[in-house]
Design a protein around this ligand. Structure first.
Ligand code: ADP
Ligand code: MG
Length: 791
């Protein structure tokens, strides 16, 4: 039994629908060391035979027996290991990897078999020395002559110390002098191993080989020195099965192969990486900007917005916070928002009340009071606004009318809420700065009311107040607009004390009912004439309108009304009575007496609570405390609070997010484009490196290793693209920040943190890796024989 045995090997190629039988029942046996020449005309199947012996191609029928082992059940990895350990190929056209040095070309087979770097280098150098190329180890293949290149190929074939050298017309491209050099080397090699050489050249075959096999039409014609039975016996003794470890290429080798390859086309690589980096730049800048803006926002919220209270208001439902503006947005086309002039319009207010109204019950008020004990460090101040019933007369023209402080829509929606401050008549919070943060004063000499005889007018962003309000003032329905000067400085309202307002007769107390009695009351010396000190309009950038349209008045006025009401005859009588003095009906429950006193203005009802936090974090504690109250409560009993600072923040965050999404969208598109592009470039690279694929496969690289080579290439491109992108982004951030600072006075807005930068580079590598997966797999699947045949 010989070293290598072919048993009835049959091989056909399919061409279209027919089969070409290239090898026909070939049976051959080889000695452990001999120099076999295979002679035969072109197309007779010599290369095919060699490829099958070398495990580059697979036979259809028969068996290839290596060291006594059948290869019928060989798996891919067994063939790969076999090629790597047992076979050395020498090709007619040398098949060297052009972008690697001579030394690296020789090392390549060892990189697959896991030999250490230093040993690899040493062995490669030695192999090159043996073929007489000591001087040329650092040259590129294309700097050598043909004979030198073929000697490099022989060194490569020998370096892994294989049992078999397969040489396919090694001198086919060489002149006779260099042919001799190469043949001498091969002859030498054949002393210790099996060399199978295919050649055209009869002379060379005769001169150097120890055995000549003639081939014709896929059949053996003659064999000059076939094995005898004796030799068989001789070999039987020592069938040392050479252990074949799996081959594998380290990522480092793959990276170095691809890196060298990329270096040979620097221009294209840089262009590709630059194109790939554009998407990365986009994403990086968007991240940097939105990140910077968010940081800016946090600082702002912490600094400024901490001063904004958490607000709980009973008339919250009239302010549409979601829409940020007056509730009826539909019919605003006729009006200009934030007009320059000082005209005030009346409009038809088709009020749509939202479902929820905060009921500031005693329970809740107690709960808020307890808060100051529970989380004192979070609370700076709690201020209450109060509603008080008031006898308010208006004389806006000739006629005196009773001014209804509550809109009909409101009354209809909440019939139980008598005593509430109402919509057209609201107490102001004491903090003037807070109001002026949200409201502009419109008109000349416009100012906030402070004294107990001062009020102000609130208009919406379109300079409007609902028609009902003007009707309540007794103004002519046909009048469509007014000017702020019609109101500022005017004294059209009068508070009538209870003692003048209510009369008493034998049936008890009663309120005036007709216009003439209003007129008389308005003329009286007593009472309080109220001056309108200003007109307020919500600012354009305000998060919400805190007040509803109508009059607002200072705390001092509430104090005055309550003091007056409490000392009034009717209130004092009511205190002692068991029946409602105005309706002469007995009280139904305990609350009823308080309700009666509220209606007389002797007791105030809370209409709003403003809780001022000490610092930004305190706000969260307060909110958590308030949220606790709502647990287990029905929706209608729950308390809804407004965090103005957060709303401001939310609006800005929304804006930032929207802008971010749009920009990310654009950046994403460029990322997709560059990913596709890198896929195409990798495909081109696979085409270009087909020969290299064949070479690598011939020295034992697995399909997986081939994928790895191209994945390494895309990883490098991705890394360069990512790094380039991040670097360019850092450079671009400088002028961008400069521009933003010039426009907004805010310095260093855009900032790209290191983590994001690293993530972007890694992301770029992942993206390009994904882009390269398909082309890399195409490369891996290439048939090694065909790959070697490409030029
Ligand atoms: P030789 O090396 O003796 O010149 P080959 O072994 O290269 O011959 O080819 C033998 C025959 O098989 C030729 O006719 C060739 O065209 C054909 N052949 C080789 N490889 C393939 C293939 N992959 N597909 C189809 N036909 C092939
Ligand atoms: Mg051939």
């Amino acid at each position: 039994m010989g070293k290598l045995k072919l048993v009835n090997i049959d091989k056909s190629y399919q061409i279209g629908n027919s089969y070409l039988n290239v090898l026909k029942q070939i049976s051959l046996e080889f000695r452990e060391s001999e120099f076999v020449s295979i002679l035969g005309p072109s197309g007779s199947g010599k290369t095919t035979l060699l490829n099958i012996i070398g495990g580059l191609d697979q036979y259809d029928l028969g068996d290839l027996v290596i060291n006594g082992n059948s290869t019928k059940h060989f798996k891919n990895r067994d063939w790969d290991a076999y090629r790597n350990r047992s076979i050395g190929f020498v090709f007619q056209n040398y098949n060297l990897i052009t972008h690697q040095s001579v030394l690296q070309n020789v090392e390549i087979a060892m990189t697959l078999s896991g030999v250490s770097t230093s040993e690899r280098k040493e062995r490669a150098q030695k192999a090159l020395e043996e073929v007489g190329l000591k001087e040329h180890i650092n040259k590129r293949p294309n700097q050598l002559s043909g004979g030198q290149m073929q000697r490099v190929a022989i060194a490569r074939a020998l370096v892994n110390n294989p049992d078999i050298i397969l040489a396919d017309e090694p001198t086919g491209a060489l002149d006779s002098k260099t042919s001799t050099q190469v043949m001498e080397i091969l002859k030498d090699v054949a002393k210790t191993r099996l060399v199978i050489m295919v050649t055209h050249n009869e002379e060379i075959a005769e001169a150097y080989s120890t055995r000549i096999i003639r081939f014709l039409d896929g059949k053996i014609q003659s064999d000059s020195h076939p094995l005898t039975g004796d030799e068989d016996e001789q070999h039987k003794e020592a069938p040392k099965a050479k252990k074949r470890n799996k081959t594998s290429m380290s990522l480092f080798t793959a990276l170095s192969l691809s890196f060298k390859n990329l270096l040979t086309k620097k221009g294209r690589t840089i262009l590709t990486a630059f194109a790939g980096s554009i998407g990365i730049i986009g994403v990086a800048l968007v991240l940097a900007l939105s990140n910077g803006l968010s940081n800016q926002l946090d600082v702002m919220q912490g600094d400024t917005l901490a001063n904004f209270p958490i607000m709980i208001d009973t008339n919250e439902q009239l302010v549409d916070f979601e829409q940020m503006g007056p509730p009826n947005q539909e019919d605003n086309d006729d009006y200009e928002e934030y007009p320059e002039d000082t005209t005030i319009y009346r409009y038809d207010n088709a009020d749509s009340l939202s479902a929820h109204a905060n009921l500031l019950t005693d329970d809740f008020l107690d709960y808020v009071e307890q808060m100051e004990a529970e989380i004192p460090e979070a609370i700076d101040n709690i201020s209450y606004t109060r509603g008080v019933e008031v006898n308010l007369l208006a004389q806006a023209n000739d006629q005196v009318v009773k001014f209804e402080t509550i809109s009909q829509a409101m009354t209809a929606a909440m019939p139980d809420m008598n005593g509430d401050g109402g919509v057209y008549w609201q107490e102001m919070p004491t903090d003037q700065d807070f109001i002026l943060d949200m409201y502009d004063l419109i008109g000349e000499n416009s100012r906030l009311p402070e004294a107990s005889d001062e009020v102000a007018l609130v208009i919406d962003s379109y300079n409007r107040i609902s028609a009902e309000f003007f009707d309540n003032l007794g103004l002519d329905e046909n009048e469509e607009s007014y000017d702020v000067t019609d109101f500022i400085g005017e004294s059209i309202l009068k508070i009538v004390p209870n003692d003048q307002y209510y009369s008493e007769d034998e049936n008890g107390f009663f309120a005036p009912a007709n216009p003439t009695s209003y007129e008389a009351l308005f003329e009286e010396e007593t009472g309080k004439n109220l001056v309108i000190t200003g007109v307020l309009r919500v600012k354009e950038d305000a998060a919400t309108s805190y007040f509803s349209e109508g009059f607002i008045y200072p705390e001092a006025l509430t104090d005055y009304i309550v003091a007056d009401a409490q000392s009034s005859e009717i209130a004092q009588a009511q205190e002692d009575a068991d029946i409602d003095l105005l309706t002469n009906t007995p009280f139904q429950n305990d609350d009823a007496k308080d309700q009666a006193l509220i209606r007389l203005g002797a007791i105030t009802t809370p209409t709003g609570i403003d809780i001022y936090p000490t610092h930004f974090e305190g706000k969260d504690e307060i909110k958590a405390y308030l949220d606790d109250y709502n647990v287990d409560l029905d929706e209608e009993d729950q308390i809804v609070y407004i965090d103005l600072a957060e709303m401001l923040g939310d609006i800005m965050t929304d804006m930032i997010n929207t802008v971010t999404y749009v920009l990310v969208g654009f950046a994403a598109i460029s990322l997709v484009v560059s990913t596709i592009m890198i896929g195409i470039i990798t495909y081109v690279s696979v085409i270009e490196r087909t020969k290299e694929i064949g070479i690598l496969r011939s020295v034992g690289a697995r399909k997986k290793d081939i994928s790895r080579v191209f994945n390494a290439e895309t990883l490098i491109v991705g890394f360069v693209a990512g790094s380039l992108g991040v670097t360019i982004s850092y450079l671009l951030i400088l002028p961008i920040n400069n521009l933003i600072e010039q426009l907004t006075d805010i310095a260093d807005v855009a900032s790209l943190n290191i983590v994001a930068a690293v993530v972007l580079v890694v992301g770029s590598m992942i993206l390009t890796l994904i882009a390269g997966v398909i082309p890399a797999r195409m490369g891996a699947k290439k048939d090694p024989v065909e790959a070697l045949r490409t030029e």
